[in-house]
Design a binder for this molecule. Structure first.
Ligand SMILES: [Zn+2]
Length: 73
């Protein structure tokens, strides 16, 4: 492929920066939301099972966690 090849002039040889930035922002926000939701679901599941939502130490339903000190609601 030589420079000036009339059949390859529209082929991108580097990042197309506006699209690259928009895609990075879009998928970054999407993955951040997915990871945040997954962590929240895990904390809720641990809380329902009577475990500390942050360290999964068995603490019951009252008081701060005796292992890490986090509040257990
Ligand atoms: Zn804890």
């Amino acid at each position: 492929m030589a420079a000036g090849d009339p059949y390859m002039t529209d082929f991108p040889l580097g990042p197309l920066w506006p699209g690259q930035l928009v895609n990075s922002a879009f998928y970054g926000v999407l993955m951040f939301g997915a990871m945040t939701a997954a962590r929240a679901l895990g904390r809720g599941r641990r809380r329902r099972k009577g475990l500390c939502p942050w360290c999964a130490y068995p603490v019951g339903n009252t008081g701060p966690c005796s292992e890490c000190g986090a509040p257990v609601a």
